[in-house]
Design a protein around this ligand. Structure first.
Ligand SMILES: Cc1ncc(COP(=O)(O)O)c(C=O)c1O
Length: 503
């Protein structure tokens, strides 16, 4: 679609949302899904909780909102508007989250055995994409902040060295911003990838707001990436699972990725979720700058006040001091609670049960909270006073740290693994279960992702190191939630049969 934007687009319209409302107002009596029929057959408790209005809008897209022929006409109009708002050439709505976009990019661009240079702090859905596509990962390791043991961005030099060593790579895939809000130097990396003719895909799940304010890092496609995916539901006003794929002016376009999306996405996409992408786009295009200005000011105020609370340390922009071109999102606030004598897990539990505060995530050292366009001075006061209570309730606790030293190295554990098979070969081949304690030197056959932070510590195809085993033993001892393995207690792990030390 590049070259077609001659007149400025009018962002006051919301064609998909309007289509949904028009469908409701037409009072067509449905003899089609969903079975609750606009709420008429829904259990009373669901009607009471959601209201008839919401249930009356719960219809699948296609065969309903647009017309009876699945032309997706209104959705396409809404996607063109979204592309414009996000500074992209084209866009696709996703109703199964950014996870779908991550998988679809790899499925749509890589044939089995194709090399992809991919950040090792990847989300588990990118690993699913590696398994499904059969692509061969060459892992790019992000920098780690020494003092805080915090995973930062993948540097331009790391990408350049990998491209030099693997000129046959099909794509570079990065996560930016990281879970902790650190954005890579995407302008330089995109220019580099484009000059080599290698797609740059960015998992921008945590950056849907970036294009709408210049005090935030640039959006991925604005910075020059060829394809990106972002979660409208994570930090903007979309309903849960609403996400957007954006396409730049070069590289794999929508046509290459769309067939892969339809391979994995539901055939009954929720019109309600799609409509919420349309209205979130309108909101941001018309009023995003003002809303984010307020949000950033609230976040900076919260940061300053939390930093004053004895025992708390707020991770700030200084983490990228020496990182030229990197960016930082001040609206994600990572609060280190170690000096209170609590782990982040314990702090999360107390904040929830005693202070009515729900955090985004906790780990051993602290918690992360988001400030979004949904916050207000009152919600910031609630947050700060909750943390003050948390700290004062801990006054009797001996100072020091409750953190198990074996778990301090989550950032560096992923550096101790090395892939010897593709994730597909390892995950879909002959496998067996063995005790975790005897897995050193074996090839992993499953994804093992301790939460938080949700970064796979083991990827299928990795040679399992002693450091990884030690980390996983400690993680299961302290009761971290472990996603992925067949045996979630981690007494056993699945390995590829007939390799390395299993003979
Ligand atoms: C970096 C990253 N990418 C992708 C996802 C998946 O996004 P979604 O929940 O929209 O599927 C997440 C989810 O937390 C994430 O942290």
């Amino acid at each position: 679609m590049s070259g077609t934007k001659t007149t400025p687009i009018d962002h006051r319209q919301a064609p998909f949302f309007d289509g949904l409302i028009a469908y409701r107002d037409a009072e067509i009596v449905p003899y089609s899904t969903p079975g609750h029929k606009l709420g008429a057959g829904a259990p009373q408790e669901l009607v009471d909780a959601l209201g008839r209005q919401a249930l009356a809008l719960d219809i699948p897209n296609g065969g309903g909102v647009d017309d009876t022929h699945r032309t997706w006409r209104m959705q396409r109009q809404a996607e063109v508007l979204a592309a414009d708002a996000w500074g992209a050439d084209d866009a696709s709505f996703l109703v199964n989250g950014s996870s779908t976009g991550n998988i679809a990019f790899l499925l749509g661009t890589c044939r089995p055995g194709d090399k992809v240079l991919i950040a090792r702090n990847l989300h588990t859905s990118l690993l699913s994409g590696l398994i499904l596509s059969g692509a061969r990962p060459v892992y790019l390791y992000p920098e780690v902040h020494d003092g805080l043991n915090l995973t930062l961005d993948v540097s331009v030099d790391t990408v350049r060295r990998a491209l030099d060593a693997h000129p046959d790579a099909r794509a570079v895939a990065l996560i930016s911003p990281s879970y902790t809000g650190v954005a890579a130097d995407l302008r330089s990396i995109a220019a580099l990838c484009r000059s080599r003719g290698v797609d740059l895909f960015v998992d921008e799940a945590w950056g849907p707001h970036f294009p709408f304010h210049d005090r935030l890092p640039p959006g991925a496609v604005q910075a020059g990436a060829s394809v990106a995916v972002t979660s409208i539901h994570k930090l903007l006003a979309g309903l849960t699972q609403s996400s957007l794929m954006t396409f730049g002016a070069w590289g794999a376009g929508r046509d290459a990725i769309a067939p892969a999306v339809s391979l994995i996405e539901t055939t009954s996409p929720s019109a309600l979720i799609a409509a919420s992408i349309d209205t979130a786009r309108r909101q941001m295009a018309l009023d995003g700058h003002r809303l984010l200005e307020q949000t950033i000011e609230l976040a900076l105020g919260a940061r300053a006040r939390l930093q004053e609370v004895p025992g708390l340390h707020v991770v700030d922009e200084s983490v990228i001091d020496s990182r030229q071109g990197a960016g930082f999102d001040p609206t994600r606030i990572m609060i280190d609670v170690q000096k209170t004598g609590l782990t982040g897990f314990q702090a999360e539990a107390i904040l929830r049960s005693e202070c009515r505060i729900g955090v985004e995530m906790s780990d051993l050292t602290g918690v992360i909270v988001h400030i979004t366009i949904g916050d207000s001075p009152d919600s910031i006061d609630h947050l700060v006073s909750g943390f003050e209570r948390l700290v004062s309730s801990q006054s009797g606790v001996a100072s020091g740290t409750a953190v198990d030293n074996r778990l301090r190295s989550s950032g560096s554990v992923i550096f101790s693994t090395s892939p010897v098979l593709t994730p597909r070969e390892a995950a879909l081949g002959e496998t067996s279960a063995i005790p975790l304690s005897s897995a050193v030197g074996e090839v992993a056959a499953e994804i093992i992702t301790p939460y938080p932070p949700g970064i796979p510590v083991v990827a299928p195809g990795d040679l399992i190191s002693a450091q990884t085993v030690e980390y996983l033993e400690a993680a299961s001892e302290v009761g971290m939630y472990i996603s992925g393995p067949a045996d979630s207690s981690l007494k056993t792990v699945r390995i590829v049969s007939g390799t390395t030390n299993s003979g």
